[in-house]
Design a binder for this molecule. Structure first.
Ligand code: UD1
Length: 461
């Protein structure tokens, strides 16, 4: 099935105007990892003492998580990229999390683990699905039940309570049925304060889980094996405060690696941990890019002609689903045909239609996209339907001839710190425009309606 583009329309929400084909050069600094920072903030709920996080990106998702923690009584001080969180006054009366905030940020559901472990009870809304699929939380719930929690569902809320009289969870061997990052994080945090030992088999291995375990161990937890598929946690009575620096954002770094390839311009990108990006680097090398270590980052030198390669997304260390959309933008400009399979999320292909609007030649059959590379993408009006597809639209626009207008900035601002500024510093020409005002929209509608129709309606009125 060929996904055709819809009729181009002038954007009515704030949008980015991207003039394509600019030459990029120089160095870009990678921010701290959003997905790490969010769960590290949740982990702060486990201690009465202050947690000091550095390298926290300034993003709307981080603001929402701050609001959520504040709603439980947390005192949060922010200075630039530093965050000091004190959960001293957390009490059983604060275990009810607001519906709007959990819905605004799915990742906040992981607060269920630390709140239950520290206070013995929690009431939290079910986060529901999102643009990329239904996203169940059954593995989180099952894990908590196995650690001795009583769980019931009432009107879209989950109510969880420890069964034991001393309000503590009880360590257990847990077998995850799917490699879920969020469920691994929930269970890992909950188990740190449980009585006895917990083993998580089939644990997700993402670097953000290693970062979480490192923070928890600094807080006094006893965790081994994070980063492998079996994590063991020896429960302790309490956790203390500490300082911790968030790891570099591998997805943001990967987005800039792809930006270099799609613009065919060499870029230096740091800081990053190369082992966190192994699958991405190896695919870009297969495309013909030269990627060499440079300080605490890499230098990418792309070829004039990018070769088409196939990718299949899978949990770490496989190719990250979060870079599937940006990589598809790159493959749209490659020589030859590539096949991209999405296996992690059920509905993560919305960018296909938008890339086709830009002149891409992509056929989609469920979660398999066949991309026939084109010589050049062309600028038009597009919208990113989720965070990573918004980034993919920006990358595609950098390659396209002409001026593109991209909507979906609320998604982009959730996960990329100063994205357009960073690209502009490299030589791109991107400006953020406010939404068209209502009067202009009405005038445009009037102009698009044949005059005789318009007058006859006015006469009737
Ligand atoms: C995290 C990342 C997200 C990334 C994803 C996969 C954060 C804040 N977000 O999301 O950017 O795309 O990992 O790398 O860290 N599943 C179940 N039952 C569950 C939990 C998950 O069936 O209880 C399924 C999901 O529907 C999905 C798959 O498992 O199909 C992976 O989801 P998961 O690893 O949990 O993703 P998140 O933690 O939500």
């Amino acid at each position: 099935m060929r996904i055709a583009g819809s009729i181009s329309e002038e954007p009515i929400k704030p949008f980015l105007e991207v003039k394509g084909k600019n030459v990029l050069s120089g160095h870009v600094k990678v921010s701290g990892a959003k997905n790490s920072a969010l769960v590290l903030m949740a982990a702060s709920l486990l201690s009465k003492e202050s947690i000091h996080l550095s390298n926290v990106p300034e993003l709307t998702d981080i603001e929402v998580m701050s609001e959520l923690l504040t709603s439980t009584g947390a005192d949060i001080r922010r200075t630039g990229n530093q965050l000091q969180i004190s959960n001293k006054s957390l009490s059983i009366t604060n275990t009810f999390l607001p519906y709007e905030l959990v819905h605004a940020l799915r990742a906040s559901f992981v607060c269920i683990g630390p709140l239950l472990a520290r206070l013995g009870a929690v009431k939290i809304p079910l986060p529901g699905g999102c643009q990329i699929g239904s996203r169940p939380v059954d593995e989180h719930i099952q894990g908590l039940k196995e650690l001795g929690a009583y769980v019931k569902f009432e009107n879209d809320y989950v109510f969880a309570k420890t069964k034991s009289p001393d309000k503590r969870l009880i360590g257990k061997e847990i077998n995850l049925r799917c490699k879920s990052v969020g469920a691994t994080e929930t269970i890992l945090m909950a188990a740190t304060l449980a009585k006895g030992s917990t083993i998580i088999n089939g644990a997700a291995q993402e670097p953000e889980i290693q970062d979480l375990a490192n923070l928890l161990n600094k807080m006094g937890a006893k965790i081994n094996g994070a980063g492998t598929n079996q994590i063991t946690i020896k429960g302790v009575n309490s956790l203390k405060g500490c300082k911790h620096e968030v790891i570099p954002d591998r997805i943001e770094a990967g987005t800039f690696l792809i930006a270099s390839a799609i613009t065919r311009c060499p870029l230096s990108i740091s800081p990053l941990v190369q082992s966190h990006l192994k699958s991405v680097i190896s695919k870009l090398e297969e495309c013909g890019c030269s990627i060499t270590k440079e300080g605490d980052g890499v230098k990418v030198i792309p070829p004039k002609t990018i070769k088409a390669v196939n990718i299949t997304t899978s949990p770490f260390p496989g190719f990250p689903t979060d870079l599937q959309a940006p990589f598809m933008a790159l493959m749209s400009t490659a020589e030859g045909t590539s096949i991209i399979r999405e296996t992690v999320f059920e509905k993560r292909m919305q960018h296909v239609g938008e890339l086709n609007k830009m002149g891409g030649k992509i056929d989609l059959c469920q979660n398999k996209a066949v991309i026939n590379g084109v010589a050049e993408l062309r600028a038009t009006y597009v919208a990113g339907g989720d965070l990573r597809s918004s980034a993919a639209m920006v990358l595609a626009s950098l390659n396209a001839k002409g001026t593109s207008k991209i909507q979906g900035l609320d998604h982009l601002d959730r996960g990329y710190e100063n994205f357009e500024q960073k690209l502009n510093d490299l030589g791109a020409n991107i400006s953020r425009k406010e939404a068209l005002n209502e009067k202009k929209i009405i005038n445009q509608i009037k102009e698009s309606v044949p005059k005789h129709n318009f007058y006859s309606r006015a006469e009737v009125a």
